[in-house]
Write a protein that binds this ligand. Structure first.
Ligand code: UFG
Length: 333
């Protein structure tokens, strides 16, 4: 699809990553030019298909200033971050430095450039463990690990800059993002892969050994962790709505993005087997540090206020789309 010459630019940090690349696709469909700003530490140049790539690091303030000067974006979508719960628990300094330091540079560069609208990728990991209660936007944020803590800190920074510099933000707290672009132009490709659904699919396809289930002694109905899975295409559509919300001059707002339905790891395995026709070889291992037993979203606000309509977020659809993407061989295929 070709973009109009005067399509407004949106700076997409992390646009070469899983969620960012899908966001770039829907931004281009919505008439924006997504300008990816990514250091390619975990992302892929091959995932940048819908606009230019600035290969640079958010810890390099001069590079951010140069990107603002070159592209004059009307808004920023900030996805770039380290995002592994296990790694964050082992190396918290890395998460504080990279995620918070990078975001602060970006926010200060926005202010300096006169760009006032940010869509920020936060997480349900900011809530911590609340004994399985449905988490809505008012639930106290008590993160269990440095990943969640770093994202909560960035939310605080955005609120402070909202007061001091009229920076407007839409903060999305994601639950577990899964699936892939149904056209398989972009998809989920982490190396190493740590996320449940792609690992499960690789185990089902025989491209990796058995999946190890991280603990089966949680206080859930079958002992395995419960998560609320949301399709990446639905999630990024909410970002376009968030962008339009800010461009219409509406107030800064926090929205959860999930489905309100939780599935245990064992249930996801059963669905994967049903959806792919392949057995998922698996074994049981110890708990993973920093994991909450159950994280389920209350997402009424996004539906009622933003007009968000999730369309592909059934577990069956997410697994089918992830399976189709996996068949392409990903970015190294
Ligand atoms: N799991 C396994 N075995 C694996 C991989 C995962 O049992 O090989 C389990 C995890 O322990 C967890 C569930 O499957 O119970 C989901 O794990 P993911 O790693 O797929 O997702 P997380 O819930 O840990 O993390 C994701 C995102 C974070 C986000 C978080 C909120 O990666 O960015 O959801 O829960 F913050």
């Amino acid at each position: 699809m070709s973009l109009a010459m005067d399509a407004p630019n949106v700076l997409v940090t992390g646009g070469a990553g899983y969620i960012g690349s899908h966001a770039c696709k829907v931004l281009s469909q919505a008439g924006y030019r997504p300008v990816t700003f990514d250091n390619l530490s975990t992302g892929w140049a091959a995932a940048v298909k819908f606009g230019p790539l600035v290969q640079a690091d958010l810890l390099d303030r001069a590079a951010i200033d140069a990107a603002f000067a070159q592209y004059s974006p009307v808004a920023v979508m900030h996805f770039a971050a380290l995002s592994q719960v296990g790694e964050a628990s082992r190396d918290p300094g890395l998460y504080w430095r990279n995620n918070v330091g990078g975001a602060l540079n970006l926010i200060e560069a926005m202010v300096a450039a006169g760009c006032r609208d940010m869509i920020f990728s936060s997480t349900c990991a900011t809530y911590g463990d609340h004994d399985g209660v449905v988490l809505d936007e008012q639930t106290p944020q008590l993160p269990l690990n440095a990943y969640g803590a770093s994202k909560r800190a960035i939310e605080d920074i955005l609120r402070d800059f909202g007061k001091s510099h009229a920076l407007n933000s839409v903060i999305f707290r994601y639950f577990n993002v899964a699936g892939a672009d149904p056209d398989a132009e972009v998809g989920e490709w982490h190396r190493p892969e740590t996320h449940l659904i792609p690992i499960m699919i690789e185990a089902a396809a025989g491209t990796r050994d058995a999946l190890v289930i991280n603990g089966n002694d949680y206080p859930t109905h079958d002992g395995t962790c419960i998560r609320d899975y949301v399709h990446v295409m639905d999630l990024v559509q909410a970002h376009v709505l968030g962008l339009e919300w800010l461009r219409a001059g509406k107030q800064s707002r926090v929205f959860n993005l999930g489905t309100g339905v939780g599935f245990s790891v064992a249930e996801v395995i059963r669905q994967c087997r049903a959806g792919t026709g392949h057995r998922v070889p698996h074994s049981f291992g110890p708990r993973r540090e920093g994991d909450a037993a159950a994280l389920v979203s209350g997402s009424r606000r996004a539906i009622e206020e933003l007009g968000w309509v999730p369309k592909r977020s059934s577990l069956k659809q997410m697994i089918e789309d992830a399976w189709r993407w996996h068949q392409t061989g990903g970015y190294s295929g």
